[in-house]
Design a protein around this ligand. Structure first.
Ligand code: DHB
Ligand code: MG
Length: 224
């Protein structure tokens, strides 16, 4: 098993059940043109998030880490007309590209891209009473994962689902003594979630065309 095979399988999956379309292709192309790192969710993960939103009957979705807006587009497509997705992005230039891609996908009526450090914009959202969010997708810097998780939990309701991307990092999650702040962030996320009595959680390992990684998924059982 190697990356070539993962990539070939991903192409097969995308060409069969997942499906692609022009708005997503254009969003990916614009992200690349804008010089963003190629770390957007692969289409089959984006579709997975969309299905989760549908299963949740989600009307409010929170995303931390917009990048080019691909995952926001996937998830927002599960929203009813009056639904709302708020996505937080640190980089102003990335946010501009994402806004344009979201508008081209016809979703600017229900998606809001907010610029700022999420550690600052999350408390503002909470203050505004923007929640409870039915689904939260945390996919920003990994160092602050535990704090992002706590804010997502704060703005949840019993039955909410919180998904965190990139929790395996090529297996480096095992490196307890790592001096990589991102690895330490995903390790602290796991210990934080394990000790959190309000959620029931698991983490899955994934492979895709880019990497061996994984995501954590938590179901909120008790009032935040
Ligand atoms: C990185 C971030 C991501 O969100 C991702 O999906 C893959 C890698 C990173 O910062 O290394
Ligand atoms: Mg990610």
């Amino acid at each position: 098993m190697d990356k070539q095979q993962w990539m070939a399988v991903e192409e097969y999956l995308v060409s069969t059940v997942v499906g692609q379309d022009e708005a997503l292709d254009a969003a990916a192309a614009d992200a690349q043109r804008a010089g963003m790192p190629t770390i957007a969710v692969p289409p089959n993960h984006g579709k997975f998030l969309q299905l989760l939103a549908l299963m949740q009957g989600a009307q409010r979705i929170l995303e931390v880490g917009t990048l080019g807006g691909l995952s926001a587009i996937w998830m927002a497509r599960a929203l009813p007309e009056h639904g709302r997705l708020v996505t937080l992005e640190h980089n102003e230039a990335y946010a501009e590209v994402a806004r344009a891609s979201i508008a081209r996908a016809g979703l600017d009526d229900r998606v809001e891209v907010r610029v700022g450090a999420a550690l600052e914009t999350l408390p503002v959202l909470a203050e505004e009473g923007a929640g409870p969010f039915d689904l939260a997708f945390l996919d920003a810097d990994k160092e602050n994962n535990p704090a992002y998780f706590e804010w997502a939990l704060e703005m949840s309701r019993p039955g909410s689902v919180i998904v965190v991307d990139n929790v395996v990092r090529g297996g480096r999650v095992l490196e307890a003594d790592s001096d990589d702040a991102m690895v330490q962030g995903v390790r602290r996320l796991h210990t934080t979630v394990a000790a959190e009595p309000r959620v029931r959680a698991t983490s899955l390992q994934t492979v895709d065309s880019k990497e061996y990684d994984g995501f954590l998924m938590a179901y909120v059982e008790k009032p935040a």
